[in-house]
Design a protein around this ligand. Structure first.
Ligand code: LMR
Length: 396
């Protein structure tokens, strides 16, 4: 029966992460998957999260509602939209606790397939590969809008607007509001405003994918695009993730919020999101949800967490500076400005696949084959070796 089942080619990010684990070299460096490492090269347990775990202990693990814990959902809304936002006062947002950011996008895709079918889905070129896969699996055709200019390492903003202007009205447009994956290049405030105008004018349905809130300028600042968008319009979606900013990757915690035109619409939309969840995984996991609700809901733990997010942000910026400085020491031919200008966890290096393969094979320095480097994997101990490997690959 299953004899003709096709092999799975593997995921471009997850497969490399596994290959790294099996590499016996001690000097190897993992700059593939978007996981934040601390200065010692370890995935941190945030002290605020540890304190929440100690406070909670391990109690009953009965089912939680399909839409997740009420407190968690309220706190997601406040973190994404800001406590005082009118969309919350007017109860116009339907929010579920999702299974990570990927789970949020998966529910979003299924929800849109049923309630906004037959539309094209536009994603940035390039984008996180799974955007294509998740929306295709839900039955959509995915297309791209220009985003990145490899030659100048800058945004193709005019081309982006042109493509979205020419797209059929009411298309679905996935937008990464901050810390773009994989390029690290974000829209300026003026560009965000211009894109907002266009999305509203064309009645496109925006799906914001916000997986790195707090990693660019701050938790509040990073949500600015989404919040200003909500000031102006409704009928859009926001997926958010706690994997990175809580260092809780395996607990699969995120949120999906649908901004509606009225409270009764939001109630019905929430019902439909619950239906998608029930038909898929029934209800989200308890432990991560409790941890996050405890940290966000306790003023002292929350302040501690905000400081921890700031520390992660500062460390990543510092490593960008250090990598740029190390590369500069070795070569004057490489313009290192892009390393420090890009934001968040990723740097799109412009390295070709053979150059990436050389770094991996010769030096044990692992990047994604698109040339994406996770700067959150750099440390004081490995940054010089990474710079050396990068310069050698560029010269090859
Ligand atoms: C990444 O892009 O590396 C992360 O978002 C992890 C993932 O699931 O791909």
């Amino acid at each position: 029966l299953f004899g003709t089942v096709e092999p799975f080619a593997g995921d471009p990010i997850l497969s490399l992460n596994i290959a790294f684990q099996g590499d016996p070299r001690t000097e190897k460096v993992n700059l593939t998957i978007g996981i934040y490492m601390d200065g010692a090269g370890k995935v941190p347990v945030l002290p605020s999260v540890k304190a929440a775990a100690d406070k909670l202990g391990f109690g009953v693990r009965s089912y939680i509602p399909m839409e997740g814990l009420p407190e968690y959902r309220r706190l997601v809304q406040e973190l994404v939209f800001g406590k005082a936002h009118q969309v919350l006062a007017e109860k116009r947002v339907a929010t579920i606790q999702s299974v990570g950011g990927t789970g949020a996008l998966s529910v979003a895709a299924d929800f849109l397939a049923k309630h906004a079918p037959g539309r094209a889905v536009y994603v940035s070129d390039p984008t996180w590969d799974n955007h294509h896969g998740l929306f295709q699996r839900a039955g959509f055709e995915t297309k791209t809008y220009p985003y990145w200019d490899g030659a100048t390492r800058t945004l193709r903003f005019d081309d982006m607007l042109k493509t979205l202007e020419e797209a059929p009205a009411g298309s679905i447009v996935i937008v990464q509001p901050v810390c773009h994956n994989p390029t690290g290049v974000d829209l300026s405030r003026a560009q965000q405003d211009a894109l907002t105008d266009l999305l509203i004018e064309k009645k496109h349905i925006a799906v914001f994918d916000m997986a790195y809130q707090g990693f660019a300028d701050g938790l509040e600042e990073d949500a600015g695009f989404v919040r200003r968008f909500a000031d102006r319009t409704s009928s859009f979606l926001v997926a958010n993730s706690f994997s990175k900013n809580f260092s809780l990757y395996g607990e699969r915690c995120g949120g999906l919020s649908v901004v509606c035109t009225a409270a009764d619409e939001a109630d019905r939309v929430l019902g439909q999101l619950k239906l998608v969840v029930r038909r898929s995984y029934s209800n989200p996991p308890t432990t991560g949800g409790l941890l996050i609700a405890t940290v966000l809901g306790d003023p002292a733990l929350r302040a501690q967490w905000e400081a921890e997010v700031a520390d992660m942000r500062v460390r990543m910026k510092d490593m960008r500076e250090k990598l740029a400085a190390e590369v500069k020491k070795l070569s004057n031919e490489i313009d290192v400005g892009f390393i420090t200008q890009q934001r968040g966890m990723f740097s799109y290096t412009g390295l070709s696949k053979p150059q990436v393969v050389q770094m991996r094979d010769k030096d044990g320095v692992y990047l994604v084959e698109s040339g994406r480097m996770c700067v959150a994997g750099l440390t004081d101990a490995n940054v010089a070796a990474v710079a050396k490997s990068l310069v050698a690959a560029r010269a090859a």
